[in-house]
Design a protein around this ligand. Structure first.
Ligand code: PLP
Length: 397
């Protein structure tokens, strides 16, 4: 059997693959500590679960409007007005089956062969394959640790060609936790104002932000950019709702309509029950978010401080999300017995086998110098895991 060429051009998600491997080892009795997971270790808030249960009890279990129920689309309109001072109408909002699906749908309706899509690296693992699946070409801009893993206006300007269709921005970032400040976005906006390209802003980690930093979307910077900015968002990370699969977008009407059309021929509506739960999440009390963010903040400080104490490791302090992205390249070229570490993949395999900890190789995010650790695990596991990592690295000569 010959599979379509398009699916042969991409690999399966390395983060989900690692997570499955770590879970399988755990299930077989190995004491694995997984820094691999990209999901909060908190439970979905009680009032959100109650809304889902009520939806089932009320038999809200049938097909809904393809683009999402009006109640949820209105709650999303209100969210953008309240949190982001951005005005949308309900026909600019489409609800999708998870934030990943939101971006996949956007790629499908916007890109085609011949297009270039700019993706600053380190990037979320799924952006390049989603672009490749459309026949378009991802154009990766590597960013430097010294610039806080953020793309500069000059780098952006150099990457834009007559074929550029869009740029994908992600702040706070997975995997680096980098958060663009108002002035950094202003500098990018200057370039984008001169170049008529789409801006996909993946704001899924908007609420997971530390040190009193303020979140901005590029559409907040220049009113003129708003008609070219599409916001991809979701409830998974903010409300510990990864399994409910609700993402959403705010887009110009014609793009929203195209995504709804694609969805009508593919998934149909997102889960009816999850949509009711998402209304409760977005419109109900927000205190669970603060509780989660302050726990993440504690773990973040612990990890950054203690990673930087390990000889040869350096780690920037992330401003948001729940990941750290330490540079471990000082260990490349080192050996234990006959085993030589040459890359982030070698190091991740070594740490899984020798230290029984799962970390994701930086190469999956377009930066082989680093590995990603998610601290969405208990403080105790963070401490035990880091101890193991330090010991295992210490054995390499
Ligand atoms: N965008 C980024 C940067 C992410 O890290 C993720 C999940 O890991 C998503 C989007 C999609 O999240 P979900 O599909 O669970 O809503």
């Amino acid at each position: 059997m010959v599979l379509a060429e398009r699916i042969q051009q991409v690999a399966a998600s390395p983060t989900l693959g690692l997570d499955a491997k770590a879970k399988a080892l755990k299930a077989s009795g190995v004491d694995i500590i997984s820094f691999g997971v990209g999901e909060p270790d908190f439970d979905t808030p009680a009032h959100v679960k109650a809304a889902g249960i009520k939806a089932i009890e009320n038999n809200f279990t049938r097909y809904t409007a393809v683009e999402g129920i009006p109640e949820l689309r209105n709650a999303i309109v209100e969210k953008f007005a309240r949190d982001n001072q951005l005005t949308y109408t309900a026909d600019q909002i489409v609800v999708n089956c998870g934030g990943k699906h939101t971006i996949y749908n956007l790629a499908q309706v916007l890109f085609q062969a011949g297009d270039e899509v700019i993706i600053p690296a380190p990037y979320w693992v799924s952006y390049p394959p989603m672009v490749v699946l459309t026949g378009a070409t991802p154009v990766i801009i590597p960013t430097l640790e010294s610039s806080g893993f953020k793309v500069t206006a000059a780098e952006l300007s150099r990457a834009i060609t007559s074929k550029t269709k869009a740029i994908i921005l992600n702040s706070p970032s997975n995997p680096t936790g980098a958060v663009y400040t108002h002035s950094e976005l202003e500098a990018l906006a200057e370039v984008l104002l001169k170049n008529d390209i789409w801006i996909i802003s993946d704001d899924i980690y908007e609420k997971i932000i530390f040190d009193g930093m303020k979140f901005f979307n590029i559409a907040n910077i220049h009113e003129e950019l708003k008609p070219r900015t599409i916001i991809a968002h979701g409830v998974a990370k903010t409300y510990a709702m990864t399994g409910w699969r609700i993402g959403y977008m705010a887009a110009p009407k014609e793009i929203a309509a195209a995504v709804a059309k694609l969805q009508s021929q593919s998934t149909s509506n997102p889960c009816s029950i999850s949509q009711k739960a998402a209304v409760a999440a977005l419109s109900g009390p927000q205190d669970s978010v603060d509780v989660m963010v302050s726990a993440f903040d504690q773990r973040r400080r612990y990890l950054v401080e203690n990673l930087n104490r390990i000889e040869g490791v350096h780690c920037l302090t992330p401003g948001g999300a729940f990941y750290v992205f330490p540079n471990v390249s000082a260990y490349y070229g080192r050996t234990l017995n006959d085993r030589k570490i040459n890359s982030s993949t070698d190091l991740s395999d070594y740490l899984l086998e020798e230290a029984k900890i799962a970390v994701v190789p930086g190469s999956a995010f377009g930066d082989d110098s680093c590995v990603r650790l998610s601290y969405a695990i208990s403080m105790e596991d963070n401490q035990r895991g880091l101890q193991r990592m330090a010991e295992a690295l210490g054995r390499l000569r």
